[in-house]
Ligand binder design. Structure first.
Ligand SMILES: [Zn+2]
Length: 335
């Protein structure tokens, strides 16, 4: 069967899409069935770049660099040196005094490497003073725009991540009509928004048990109404529920899926058709080792299977077949 773009069905010029944008993760997951120009490159301009730049402070703190040029995304910071406030766009802390000259908010002072300041036109040489940056107080203030977690660009990004990951796991290699609605939202921003941010603390607890803070996690489940949904957790900070389609379709048999990508690019995951097949696997994965105080003690047969804990938590969480997520308040306020 000929591979086609999962968004438009085009056969030519397919490319590898980073399911989670490269600048937001140290680990790659790729969907190879996305046409290069219309549905890979253009998503950067449409919504990805906006989200990446607004999340720059977080990716810097977590030491996540874009592999393109090995650069951190830049963010705006106010730096207060000895009581004078400077505004700068920066990426790593070392950037602060090493390379650049910063101008104060009132426009009256400059700070930077001595040799550069001396060469600047219009600087009165007798007003230059030397400062030992190890001896003075420096305060860095960064304002994080929390609105980024609620903006439409973020919803489109969450929908894109969920859709491409679900297609990858189910080996979808062409455009399917059942995904019409989510595709429309991703590529145009119009139509029914399939994404809502999770407000339920239990879900944050669930994801945090299955992954480390700073990781990205993806978890699919079938809800009580039969719809297929994916939880997209970004950094463990914000979790989105993405409704991928209204019911299980024949082309996509795998619906109990999990993946977490750690900051060190390590990953843990599993893939089952349903909760029932996961349950069978769990039963086979343990052996009875004896009775202690009247309790049957079970032990994993394979201690090297690090995904076992995640499988147990997923199974016990009750997320599969639940309406849990739809009972939560919906925070769909766009700016
Ligand atoms: Zn396409």
């Amino acid at each position: 069967m000929v591979r086609r773009c999962i968004y438009c069905g085009k056969e030519t010029d397919l490319s590898k899409s980073d399911i989670i944008p490269d600048a937001l993760t140290n680990g790659k997951i790729i969907n190879p069935n996305v046409c290069r120009i219309a549905h890979n490159n253009k998503f950067s301009d449409m919504f990805e770049d906006e989200v990446i730049s607004k999340l720059a402070f977080i990716t810097n703190e977590l030491d996540i660099k874009s592999s393109k040029g090995n650069q951190y995304a830049r963010y705006v910071a106010n730096v207060i040196v000895d009581g004078t406030e400077y505004t700068t766009r920066m990426n790593a802390d070392t950037d602060l005094f090493n390379k650049k000259i910063m101008r104060s908010a009132d426009g009256k002072s400059l700070i930077g490497p001595m040799d550069k300041i001396k060469k600047m036109k219009g600087v009165e040489q007798d007003k230059i003073t030397e400062t030992d940056i190890n001896q003075i107080e420096i305060e860095k203030r960064v304002s994080i725009d929390m609105g980024v977690f609620f903006c439409k660009e973020m919803h489109r990004l969450a929908a894109k991540i969920a859709f491409e990951w679900y297609c990858l796991n189910n080996n979808v290699i062409s455009k399917l009509n059942s995904f019409e609605s989510i595709i429309e939202f991703i590529i145009t921003g119009e139509g029914v928004d399939p994404v809502h941010i999770i407000g339920n603390e239990d879900i944050y607890g669930l994801i945090n048990q299955m992954s480390d803070l700073g990781s990205h996690s993806l978890l699919s489940y079938v809800a009580g109404d039969g719809s297929v949904n994916i939880l997209v957790s970004l950094f463990g900070i914000a979790i989105y529920n993405v409704r991928v389609c209204d019911n299980i379709i024949q082309e996509c048999p795998y619906n109990a899926l999990f993946l977490t990508i750690n900051l060190d690019a390590g990953r843990i995951g599993f893939k089952y058709t349903s909760k029932d097949t996961l349950e069978k696997e769990l039963k086979n994965g343990f052996q009875k080792i004896g009775l202690f105080n009247g309790l049957q003690v079970m032990c994993p047969t394979n201690f090297n299977d690090s995904s076992m804990t995640c499988k147990m938590i997923y199974f016990l969480s009750g997320v599969y077949n639940s309406d849990l997520l739809f009972d939560t308040p919906l925070y769909n306020f766009y700016k």
